[in-house]
Design a protein around this ligand. Structure first.
Ligand SMILES: [Zn+2]
Length: 66
């Protein structure tokens, strides 16, 4: 067991991130450094994570400046 491989601290699991896509362009999304949202670089939109649940709704997305 390698303690460095533990990812229990992550709010959103890698497995979940792998299946999440931007609802607008169906492209990949990336976790923000603060782990408070998922960003689609193509759309420049951020989908907030509330209570560990990503809000993957275009209407709820926040525009981000690149
Ligand atoms: Zn997108």
């Amino acid at each position: 067991m390698n303690p460095l491989e533990g990812d229990t601290a992550m709010a959103v699991s890698k497995e979940l991130l792998d299946i999440l896509v931007c609802p607008k362009c169906k492209g990949p999304v990336a976790l923000t450094p603060a782990e408070d949202g998922l960003v689609c670089n193509a759309c420049a939109l951020k989908y907030e994570i509330k209570d560990d649940i990503p809000i993957m709704l275009i209407d709820e997305a926040i525009p981000v400046n690149q």
